[in-house]
Structure formats: structure tokens, C-alpha cells
Design a protein around this ligand. Structure first.
Ligand code: PLP
Length: 351
């Protein structure tokens, strides 16, 4: 008997998340994972590693609560935002329940649900990448968790606040609504944190991987009301955060770290504007979609050709050709000014 055949049927059938790293490539310009292009510098202050860490390190919880304008009992710290996504599914979904999400969007909602053996329901975004609320409402039977990403990865735009509020109303008492705010630092006024007081079934996913430039740290958060946080506390691993991770996360959430993050955001917005203007001059470019995040979704006349040509030159972008409704689209992370120039140069050379 093969070991694979001993694994659960849904794991045998599972296509793992195609992370940017896993897809490989030999590049010197990495613009495929929405990382910040330059690392911040930290020194470890922790010197003791013989004891288990705090389950929910106080300095990180208090630092993030202060930053988010919430109270510490609204905050759960996790191994990246990805662990928050999985915890919510594990804690709330029976095997007979389903998870609903709206493609094209972040791939981990489906991978996490499939890993847990939970049924998926999809309600595609409308042509302008907004929620199809009427269809979501029709599909709600048996749905326990709804995932919405805003700004949406990979399309880049925000989901209308009025639609998020309607979604919260139609799901009240029935399902958890997860608003994934992985990119909210690039448009902080759009956050839903101020709605937590009104909706006990709202959970917000956050991360230090994007604007905080700490993807290598693996640190994320769930923001919710204390009752929902308490449910997740029951299923999270006993010591999720290694001491070096909480040490650096706490430093990143100090006033100095927050000021550096806000400077990074300002730089990204400036470089994004430059990149939009340059791309719009390229004959290969059909459309640059509006973005509120640190990446641009771009539709080309021949997206496959653009993606491959840049890949061959060591410029690694994220191909979206097979994502729902995104034929010939490529997602480009905003890099350093030099990296952005390389992208524009390479694209403009393709006639
Ligand atoms: C990057 C990202 C996350 C979380 O990433 P982590 O590195 O696990 O914190 C969550 N949602 C979306 C949409 C993302 O792009």
C-alpha cells in the first residue's frame, strides 16, 4: 500500500497553494509575491530561548491593538494571515458546512477549505470586481464562512463599503464574514475595524507581510470581538509564535516601526503612480486596473508572451491568465524605482 493512498481522500485530491516561491524562476527582479522590495533591519533583543514563548505575546497584542485602534481582547496573533484564515475554517465549519468566496481572489480560501474537507461555493465578482450580493444571498444556505478580500488580490481594488455592510446584514446570525485586509495599510481609511462594534460575526485578517515588509517573519492577526477571538483561541496551537518572531513584531509595532511603515507606503504609492503612467504608454498594454494596494493588475494584448519574455530576463511577475475572467492579465508588485524601470523597459521592447 502506498503512503499516499493512506492519506485522506481530500488531501489526495488537493492541489496545494501555488505560492510564488514554489513556482520558482531564476530572477533578479522578484515582483510576484507582493513583498516589499527592501528588508527593514532589526536586532533581536530576546536572549532566552530555553522556555516556551507566551501563547499570545503581550507586547505584540498590545502593540497591534494600539496600532489598529482596538482593545487587546480584539486581537489574535497568528503565523501569518494564512493561519488566521485556516483557524476560522477549522473553528467554525462542520464537514457539512460550506465556505463561500468570490473569485478571482486570493487562493488560500479554497486551499484551506479543501484541506479541511469543507465544501466550496463560489460566487464570481461582477465585471467591475464587486460583490454579486443577490447571488451570494441565494447561495447562503449551509454557508458558515464568507471570505471577502479588500483590497482584493489580485485585482487591486476595494470592495464597496456599502456592499460589505449589506453582506454583514444578510449573514447576521448565520455565518462569519471574513474581510481580508492584508493590504489595508495602502488605503487605511477603508478599514472595517470600526464596524466590529456593530457586527459580532465580522472577522478581519491582517498581516505584517506586506506594508510592514516582514513576509519572512510569518506574523499575522485576526481582529474580531472577544467572543469570536475566544473561539479561535481554543483551536490555535499552544505556542504559535517563536520568540524571535514576537520580538521583532513587537519592535515593528513601536512608534518608530509604524513611522517607517507609513514612509514605505508613501513610497509605494508614488512608485505605483509612476508605473501606471509608464505602462499606459506601452503598446502591449490593454488596461491597467485601478489599485489601492502595492501591486497592479495589467491586461496585455498577449499576457502569456509578456509574462514569459520577462521571466526569461529574470523579471518574475505573477501570471493571472488562468484566474477566473483574467485571461492575458499579469499581476506586478510595485518594486524599487530601478526594478520598476526594468519592467517598463522590458515591456516596451515587446512591440
Ligand atoms: C499576503 C496575503 C495574506 C497573508 O499572508 P501571510 O504572509 O500569511 O500573512 C492574506 N491574504 C491575502 C489576500 C494576501 O495577499
Amino acid at each position: 500500500m502506498q503512503i499516499t493512498q493512506l492519506s485522506r481522500k481530500n488531501i489526495q485530491a488537493l492541489t496545494p497553494y501555488q505560492s510564488a516561491r514554489r513556482l520558482g524562476g531564476k530572477g533578479d527582479v522578484w515582483l510576484n509575491a507582493n513583498e516589499y522590495p527592501i528588508s527593514p533591519d532589526f536586532n533581536l533583543s530576546a536572549r532566552q530561548f530555553n522556555r516556551y514563548p507566551e501563547a499570545q505575546p503581550q507586547a505584540v497584542i498590545e502593540g497591534y491593538a494600539r496600532y489598529a485602534g482596538l482593545s487587546p481582547d480584539n486581537v489574535l496573533v497568528t503565523r501569518g494571515g494564512d493561519e488566521s484564515i485556516e483557524l476560522i475554517i477549522r473553528a467554525f465549519c462542520e464537514l457539512s458546512d460550506s465556505v463561500l468566496y468570490c473569485p478571482p481572489t486570493y487562493g488560500m480560501y479554497s486551499v484551506s477549505a479543501e484541506t479541511c474537507g469543507i465544501t466550496l461555493k463560489t460566487v464570481p465578482l461582477t465585471a467591475d470586481f464587486q460583490l454579486d450580493l443577490a447571488e451570494i444571498e441565494r447561495q447562503l444556505d449551509g454557508v458558515k464562512v464568507v471570505f471577502v478580500c479588500s483590497p482584493n488580490n489580485p485585482t487591486g481594488g476595494l470592495i464597496k463599503r456599502s456592499d460589505l455592510l449589506k453582506l454583514l446584514q444578510i449573514t447576521a446570525g448565520r455565518a462569519i464574514v471574513v474581510v481580508d485586509e492584508a493590504y489595508i495599510e495602502f488605503c487605511p481609511e477603508a478599514t472595517m475595524t470600526n464596524e466590529l462594534a456593530n457586527y459580532p460575526h465580522l472577522a478581519i485578517v491582517r498581516t505584517l507581510s506586506k506594508a510592514f515588509a516582514l513576509a519572512g517573519l510569518r506574523c499575522g492577526f485576526t481582529l474580531a470581538n472577544p467572543e469570536l477571538i475566544g473561539v479561535l483561541q481554543k483551536v490555535i496551537a499552544p505556542y504559535p509564535l517563536p520568540v524571535p518572531v514576537s520580538d521583532i513584531a513587537a519592535q515593528a509595532l513601536q512608534p518608530q516601526g509604524l513611522a517607517e511603515m507609513r514612509q514605505r507606503v508613501a513610497d509605494v504609492l508614488k512608485n505605483r503612480q509612476w508605473l501606471i503612467e509608464q505602462l499606459q504608454k506601452c503598446s502591449q498594454v490593454e488596461r491597467v486596473f485601478d489599485s489601492e494596494a502595492n501591486y497592479l493588475l495589467v491586461k496585455f494584448k498577449d499576457g502569456q508572451k509578456v509574462f514569459q519574455a520577462l521571466w526569461d530576463q529574470g523579471i518574475i511577475l505573477r501570471n493571472q491568465h488562468t484566474a477566473l475572467g483574467l485571461a492575458n492579465c499579469v499581476r506586478i508588485t510595485i518594486g524599487t524605482p530601478e526594478e520598476n524601470q526594468r519592467v517598463v523597459q522590458a515591456i516596451s521592447e515587446l512591440s
